[in-house]
Design a protein around this ligand. Structure first.
Ligand SMILES: *Cc1c(COP(=O)(O)O)cnc(C)c1O
Length: 510
């Protein structure tokens, strides 16, 4: 199968190469040339559905990948790196309200990015070897908090790779920061950027688009890629759990094959929800895709008006759901490309308008099969309120990102009266965000001595203990480890400085 460039469809590369290629040279994104169909009519499986269908879904896009190798890879890496036998368990909410939580955070870094990033380095290396192109890979990654650690954890010690991660200084939770700085493998580097996530992502994209530098790297046998969701590999792996959760619902007789399901996804860079759209194009009976935004509501406004306007939303606001504090939502380009009937020239024009004037608009198709998206916004007070209410009503502890989704789902149900069964993506462990969690849970526990909370609000260890106590949950192993480690210092600087360093470091340490 080939991959097409969203900004010039005459440019194609083998899809396998897109897995290690980052963006296209003109800044476009790679997309699959077609959407192969995946049949839902299947017999019972002895394995978790995720492990059973994962290799099959990937082979629809990479038919050249040996089946046995992929099956063996899934069976080996997911059970060893995930702490739940189902890999991506599906929980039914306590009250019978046709809501399920797909827990995507059982991997090594406690966020959904692990699902794709655990596998991606292996696919990249396979594709590189197949193409016979270059032996070494430099992976540049901007992070709004979770991709960084998941990328570091996935690429650590992988031969012939280096990963450089950039996070926005002050724009992530302190546990997210500690988790990244805990990583000391020699093929990893962590940069703290004076700027927001959009600046970090822009830096990565600019380096990718720098033909001269890329050529220099190429001369020395170094390829350039990314672990961000602009990498098509991330999206394709994420398609798997849309299908596996659906099959799981059929197995539990909550659905007949063919019944529609809604999915509600806390959204930042539009990567996870785009995978749901791709799944629908591959035959998954998706009803609505509910795109949940935090206060950085640019996507939500876009889905109501068709106008994407940076000036109206800047600056990026810091919220309790930092991994969604994004305004330039890169993967929207892939959906727009589909909506423009795959016209690369028109897509390129819109993206150029966004770069030049900070704005573009399209005529949105009516909400139907053409446009499955519904979008709603949840601000910080609503988010904390939702965490508290979900805990009290359902004894379910959800993190602030997931809470944004739960709130958006209730807005959707109120607005439309549609109570189709819905799978909410639970994207991170609550223990990554102890401060917000405690604030949320305290609101519902008036009897608790607020003074004692205030007096320890500066100390993360005590906050984590308190969260365990209030919630009655155990501290995840990954966080326990963190408590014992002392991390390294990040390299801090403004974008120009960091860019200079990355250019230099790229040639070192191989
Ligand atoms: C990255 C992230 C999101 C947003 O996912 P996108 O694919 O960028 O839309 C939501 N929640 C958490 C916890 C994340 O880490």
């Amino acid at each position: 199968m080939q991959a097409l460039n969203t900004r010039d469809v005459s440019q194609t590369i083998p899809l396998a190469e897109a897995l290690f290629s980052g963006t296209a040279p003109n800044g476009g994104l790679w997309v699959p040339e077609t959407f192969p169909q995946f049949s839902l009519l299947r017999s019972k499986s002895a394995k978790p559905r995720f492990l059973e269908i994962g290799p099959e879904i990937l082979r629809l896009f990479l038919p050249e990948a040996p089946k046995e190798w992929l099956v063996e890879l899934f069976d080996r890496i997911y059970p060893t790196r995930f702490d739940h036998p189902e890999i991506t368990p599906l929980l039914e909410a306590g009250a019978p309200n046709r809501t399920f939580f797909l827990e995507l955070f059982h991997g090594p870094t406690l966020a959904f990015k692990d699902v794709a990033l655990t596998l991606l380095p292996h696919l990249m290396r396979y594709a590189l070897q197949k193409s016979g192109k270059t032996g070494r890979l430099l992976v540049l990654t901007a992070t709004s908090g979770d991709t960084g650690k998941a990328g570091l954890s996935a690429f650590r010690m992988i031969p012939d790779t280096q990963i450089f991660v950039l996070y926005p200084e002050g724009g992530i939770s302190s546990i997210q920061r500690e988790m990244m700085l805990e990583e000391k493998a020699p093929n990893t580097r962590v940069f703290s950027l004076k700027g927001d996530f959009d600046d970090a992502q822009h830096l990565v994209k600019s380096l990718m688009a720098d033909k001269v530098w890329r050529e220099d790297l190429h001369q020395r046998g170094i390829g350039l890629s990314t672990a961000n969701s602009i990498n098509l590999g991330r999206i394709l792996i994420q398609v798997i759990y849309y299908f596996s959760s659906y099959l799981e619902l059929v197995d539990r007789r909550c659905l007949q094959p063919g019944d529609p399901v809604n999915y509600c996804v806390p959204t930042g860079n539009f990567g996870n929800i785009l995978a749901g759209y791709y799944a629908s194009r591959m035959g998954l009976p998706v009803g609505r895709l509910i795109c949940a935004s935090n206060q950085n509501r640019i996507l939500s406004d876009f889905f109501h008006t068709g106008v994407y306007d940076l000036a109206a939303h800047r600056p990026v606001l810091k919220t309790s759901s930092p991994s969604m504090d994004i305004l330039i939502s890169s993967n929207l380009e892939r959906w727009i490309f589909e909506k423009l009937d795959r016209e690369g020239r028109k897509t390129a024009e819109l993206m150029a308008a966004l770069t030049q004037s900070g704005r573009f608009s399209i005529t949105l198709p009516a909400e139907n099969a053409e446009n499955p998206f519904f979008s709603a916004t949840c601000d910080d007070p609503q988010c904390l309120e939702t965490i508290g209410a979900t805990f009290r009503k359902e004894t379910l502890l959800i993190d602030p990102h997931t809470a944004v989704a739960v709130n958006a789902l209730s807005q959707y149900r109120k607005a439309t009266g549609d109570d189709t069964l819905c799978v909410v993506h639970s994207t991170a462990s609550p223990f990554k965000f102890p401060e917000a969690m405690i604030r949320a849970l305290e609101q519902g526990r008036k009897s608790y001595d607020m003074q004692s909370y205030d007096s320890i609000s500066g100390n993360e260890d005590m906050r984590l203990d308190l969260l365990c106590e209030i919630s009655g949950r155990k501290l995840p192993e990954a966080i326990k480890r963190l408590r014992q480690e002392t991390g390294r210092e990040p390299e801090s600087g403004y974008p120009e400085e960091i860019t200079r360093r990355i250019r230099r470091y790229a040639f070192e340490r191989w």
